[in-house]
Design a binder for this molecule. Structure first.
Ligand code: GLP
Length: 267
């Protein structure tokens, strides 16, 4: 696993990487796994701008989102369908049929999840899966306790995740769905590359656990600890609780190349 500590806007760094990968791919075809959440809004804004400026085209890009609430209408302001439309899809030249988001209102949930896994396979697998992380270390909506081999399915949200997300539902916990459809941790780690973006001190404990603890299902993000295809891109606040040895490694890199703005170590 590679950990990048960045002083620069992590959304812009991730967007620049996506643009470079699309532009270098044969026929500009790339299969992306995509998250929602506030952390990745800058990344989406940078992608929309690059597309408007003619620096990248999504005409041959396929996307698969990580998760969706169960029971919210597709056009609900808080559904992840709405989030993706508002923050990315309606501003870029992607073909609607190339975008995939789990249907949280599917009459047959199991069939929906099976079909999603099959669609990912049929697309040739995910080239790069981007994600955020929950304060409790959740990946997509895979809460603590989820086996690392889990596949796409129906999941229950923990009280702490529902509380964290209540801010989007007028701070009314009763409005926050209790369940979601989510890709599994196994679905995520099947991707050819995984990038997790982490911002802010509220996530610093998840970063500390990821870098200090042995992998364990009580902290889902630790599934990436020994994954050579994983990149963790974190800002300084998210790295506020790093252990001394790791902090010393970053301090050394920073001393050598202070102007770089981001520094990386392999763990
Ligand atoms: C939700 C999503 C996760 C996301 C997390 C963090 O729980 N299901 O995929 O990583 O929020 O969101 P934020 O970036 O707003 O902190």
């Amino acid at each position: 696993m590679r950990l990048i500590l960045s002083q620069k806007n992590i959304g812009q760094i991730a967007a620049d990487y996506i643009i470079q990968r699309i532009n270098n791919a044969p026929d500009h075809r790339l299969v992306l796994g995509l998250p929602t959440g506030s952390t990745v809004l800058d990344m989406y804004a940078a992608l929309c701008k690059a597309c408007a400026d003619g620096k990248v085209s999504f005409k041959n890009v396929l996307t698969f989102n990580m998760d969706e609430y169960i029971g919210l209408p597709e056009n609900d302001p808080q559904s992840y369908h709405t989030y993706m439309r508002q923050n990315l899809f309606s501003h870029i030249d992607i073909k609607p049929e190339n975008t995939h988001i789990l249907n949280g209102n599917a009459p047959d949930i199991e069939a929906e999840c099976r079909a999603y896994e099959n669609a990912i396979k049929a697309a040739g697998g995910i080239d790069i899966f981007f994600g955020g992380v929950g304060r409790n270390g959740h990946l997509a909506f895979n809460e603590p306790g989820t086996p690392f081999t889990s596949r796409t399915g129906r999941v229950a949200l923990t009280p702490s995740t529902r509380e964290a997300n209540a801010r989007f539902f007028g701070n009314d916990l009763t409005q926050v769905p209790t369940h979601a459809l989510s890709i599994g941790i196994g679905t995520l780690t099947d991707a050819k590359e995984v990038w997790i973006l982490i911002k802010g001190e509220k996530k610093a404990d998840a970063v500390r656990r990821l870098t200090e603890e042995e992998p364990g299902i009580n902290c889902p993000i630790t599934a990436l600890r020994h994954n050579g295809k994983a990149t963790i891109l974190a800002d300084e606040e998210a790295c506020a609780h790093l252990g001394q040895a790791l902090r010393a490694r970053f301090d050394e890199l920073r001393r050598k190349d202070p102007d770089k703005g981001y520094w990386e170590v392999t763990l």
